[in-house]
Ligand binder design. Sequence first.
Ligand code: ARG
Length: 459
Amino acid sequence: KKSEAWSALFSEPMSELVQRYTSSVFFDKRLAQADIEGSLAHAEMLAAQGIIGSQDLADIQRGMAQIRSEIEAGSFEWKLALEDVHLNIEARLTQLVGDAGKRLHTGRSRNDQVATDVRLWLRGEIDLIDGLLTDLQKALVKIAGENVDAILPGFTHLQVAQPVSFGHHMLAYVEMFARDAERLADLRRRVNRLPLGAAALAGTSYPLDRERVARTLGMEGVCQNSLDAVSDRDFAIEFTAFASLAMVHVSRFSEELILWMSQNFGFIQIADRFTTGSSIMPQKKNPDVPELARGKTGRVVGHLMGLITLMKGQPLAYNKDNQEDKEPLFDTVDTLKDTLRIFAEMVGGITVRREAMEAAALRGYATATDLADYLVKKGLPFRDAHETVAHAVKTAIAEGVDLSQLPLATLQQFNPEIGDDVFGVLSLRGSLEARSTLGGTAPVQVTAQIARHRARLGD
Ligand code: ARG
């Protein structure tokens, strides 16, 4: 059947190519439940203000209930010719309830409608993502708690630096995800504001009660400028920026898991259900999940770039460009949710190979700083101590041994103050325990941090 002209003003129907180009229903139908929720709140307010009759409201409610169940049952017929989710639902409503359906759009535009829908939908997703961030943090705190005194070589420049607790290392990621959750809670306040009532761009001549609609929808308040209300997409950009940062944190963690799993490190194993084999090399177990997460980080950062670029040249107020906000936003939400969920599970399937980590920590003179600190306690200025230990390390390297394996007599050639108690200082465990400043890697500190996180996460 040939499609109809947009309205009496038009002399011909839209070309089929243009219809396909401009329609969004195949992706924005995802907003259907939010669209219905927003319409019901709007209709209820219209009736309370005497703008539509109470019978109209009842008809709209009945029609929307049916549409809801048709969508849930998958029997709702989405039509490309009706462009987007909003026009599809409104057309079906009118089909079901007649004139009341035609009254729903009083004092409203798709411009304030779509901005409201996206915000409502995103708010729901934000709350799910907040829960997933909590789950991931709990999983990390758990593995940290099991590995407070497992010793890992800490790196700077990927060169062995100083021994750290594996639990401490896990808690570094907990801090990152906790900050992500803070950012999310903060931006939620700006997402949760109501554009409806801005109408097309200038407000409307009907006596709308915008505050009432905001209350019905559980929003914190109304957008205070109609032009801004219909054209602002900062909330989506902010969300995508948050998501990019959370993915970057996942990506750094992924990189470490991949390294630690490599035969050259051998620090951890990831449960088989999170790894994949090779079609040619029978010996392989590949860390595909962290690798994909690292890759998907690029995709999410790309969405941030896409959205922010989408905004940069737009004059006020609404422009159709904004229809392009949805696919990147939807994909960002999907990618982040899947990633957080799989990581929370995967962390629970990590086996820590303590001996391999300790052996690696012993290979890089990780306790050299401890020897310098020991000499400082004997009265040497730190710079001199640093130089003295450099000589000691050079000798140890030449002999192919660790500092702790040099005989006391050899050590005393570098400084006669060195005594028998040096060997405790040179041990990995001694080094770990010595770093007990607040936030340091000493087991007492790590244990205290774990308790703090557990209380914070309600764990
Ligand atoms: N599908 C549109 C969007 O996603 C809805 C708003 C369209 N408004 C308009 N005046 N064409 O942005």
